[in-house]
Every structure is written in C-alpha cells, then in structure tokens.
Design a binder for this molecule. Structure first.
Ligand code: CP
Length: 311
C-alpha cells in the first residue's frame, strides 16, 4: 500500500504482518537504546487539525526512534487560521518533499482527499467519525498479547458507537480476523443499519457483556453530537458506565480497554481503569508507539521500492 488511510483496505494477512513487526518494535522500545534506522533520511510531518495527546505524541516518538526528521505542524499557529484550505496547506508542505504525512482532521474523508493530492505516504491519524486505523491496530496488538490470539474472541464495544471512528475501525479489523463483535449502547448512540455489519447489538449492558473476552469502552464524543441528544452524565454512568458490578457479567479474565481520552465516572469507573489486573489501557498506549513504528516502516519500504523502480 502507498498510504494507510483505513482498515477497510487491509487484508487479514497484511494486518498480521504489521502486528508481527510491531511486536518486534515493542521489544525494542523496552531496551535502553530504542533506536533503529528504518526511516533514516526521511522527513515526517505531523498535521493535527484536531486535538490529540496519544496519537500525536506516539507518531512523533515512533518517527524519532526510527531515525526520521520529524516536524510537528502547529496547526493553531498556521496559515489555516488565515483561511488557507486543507488542500493548499498540503500542497505547500508537499513542495518541501516530505516522505510521510500524518494527518488528523475533524471531517470524514478529508485525509483520503489529501492523499490524492500529494506524492508522499499519508497515514490517517483519525478523520471525523470515519476511521482511526492505527488505533484499531494498536488495540488488536494489545488484545493479541493479552489473550494470546486475535481470532474467535467475543469483543464488546460499549458506548457512543455512532460518533466513533475507533469503533468503526475496530469493527472492521476484528471482523476481518473472525471475532464475534457485540455493540452495547443506547439506541440514540447506535448507527442506523449497523447490524448489517455482522455485529450483535445490545441496549442492556449486563446482557451485552455476558461471557465476553474483551470489553472496549468509548468516550461520549460530545464534539460530534451537533447539538443533538447528549445524555446526562449521571444517568449515562448508571446505565452504561463500566464498574466492577457490570464487568462481573463478562468472563472472569476479560480485559478492559479504552482508547483514551477517558472521562472517569462517565463511561468508566476510575478505580477499575487503574486496576492493572483487569485494565490494559496503559498497554494500549505502549503498543501505540510500536504499531506506528511498524506502519511507517512498512510504508517507507514501499516508498523506497517505488522510487528505486522509477529511477
Ligand atoms: N486514542 C486517541 O486517538 O487519543 P488522542 O485523541 O489523545 O490522540
């Protein structure tokens, strides 16, 4: 592949290759010297048009550990504020010959559009409610390491499914790897026609969590609710917040996940989120760096191959 725009375009064997490579980078990241040279000589630009802590920091660390020259565009201080469009901004940066562009944008499809205009590899760091492929890949690696496999597992994704690019990418990835997916949440936060995607839908949390191997919690994405239905946080926590009592319906060794940022006391109990016997939330963050190293390494190999053939 030239770009990583979504999980939709990936085959199961390609996902496995990427996760295997990420596993080796996870081992490197625990060494005192964490450096490799897969991106030596290459320029990586991170363009985040929407806030981020985990994704931006881990893409920057991943690029630096692999030897790239990494530049973080401060979008709030850029000429976007003077009315420059996304495409003009991308073409301007493209003229500086970057090799990897990492882009997050509030509009679904914006990153795909941008990828058509530039001649470097583009990685989608989250576009609107469309896709967040590296999040789904890091979730997959976390599950594979915690549960020993990434197939025939029962995975519950809970909460605001309708506005979540994380849910969308995870549904595609976990489906491709032949897992059973249960979506749990209020009907107002469930996308129309979702059951056609081979998932089971539950309104009741305890019913939905019954005997699952993995519980994936999601934040209420209020910034994408367009003034529509926003549940009261108290009521929401009562019905859909994950606590010990609700988790007891899952398998005794079920793992608890959350992509972050997390709202403690809204979708998850803070003590449970910190319980290292159940929660793998910090492992997800750790795997984020490894997965992004692997994704950029594979795209850079393809980039170098294409350039060699063109000479
Ligand atoms: N999970 C995730 O995308 O977090 P950030 O918004 O902090 O990058």
């Amino acid at each position: 592949h030239r770009h990583l725009l979504g999980i939709e375009a990936l085959r199961p064997d390609e996902i496995t290759v990427l996760l295997d490579l990420a596993d080796s980078y996870a081992a490197l990241n625990r060494q005192p010297d964490k450096h490799a040279d897969a991106l030596a000589g290459l320029t990586q630009i991170n363009m985040f048009f929407e806030n981020s802590t985990r994704t931006q920091a881990s893409f920057e660390i991943a690029g630096k550990r692999l030897g790239a020259d990494v530049m973080n565009m401060a979008m709030q201080a850029s000429s976007v504020k003077k009315g420059e469009t996304l495409i003009d901004t991308a073409l301007t940066l493209n003229a500086m010959h970057p090799d990897l562009l990492v882009v997050r944008h509030p509009h679904s499809g914006a990153v795909d559009l941008l990828a058509q205009k530039v001649n470097c590899a583009v990685l989608n760091a989250g576009d609107g409610r469309h896709e967040h492929p590296t999040q789904a890949l890091l979730d997959a690696l976390t599950i594979r390491r915690a549960r020993g496999r990434l197939h025939r597992l029962s995975v519950a994704i809970c909460g605001d499914i309708a506005h979540s690019r994380v849910a969308r990418s995870n549904i595609m990835l976990l489906g491709k790897m032949e897992n059973r997916i249960r979506l749990i949440g209020p009907p107002t936060l469930m996308p129309a026609g979702i059951s056609e995607f081979g998932v089971e839908v539950f309104e009741d949390m305890k019913e939905g969590l019954k005997d699952v191997d993995v519980v994936m919690m999601l934040r209420l994405q209020k910034e994408r609710m367009d003034g529509g239905f926003i549940p009261s946080e108290r009521e929401y926590y009562h019905r859909y917040g994950l606590d010990e009592e609700k988790l007891a319906f899952a398998k005794p060794d079920a793992i608890v996940m959350h992509p972050g940022p997390m709202n403690r006391g809204v979708e998850i109990d803070g003590t449970l989120a910190d319980d290292i016997n159940r929660s793998v939330i910090q492992d997800q963050v750790e795997m984020g760096v490894a997965v992004r190293m692997a994704a950029m390494d594979l795209l850079a190999r393809n980039l170098r191959l294409t350039r060699t053939e063109a000479v």
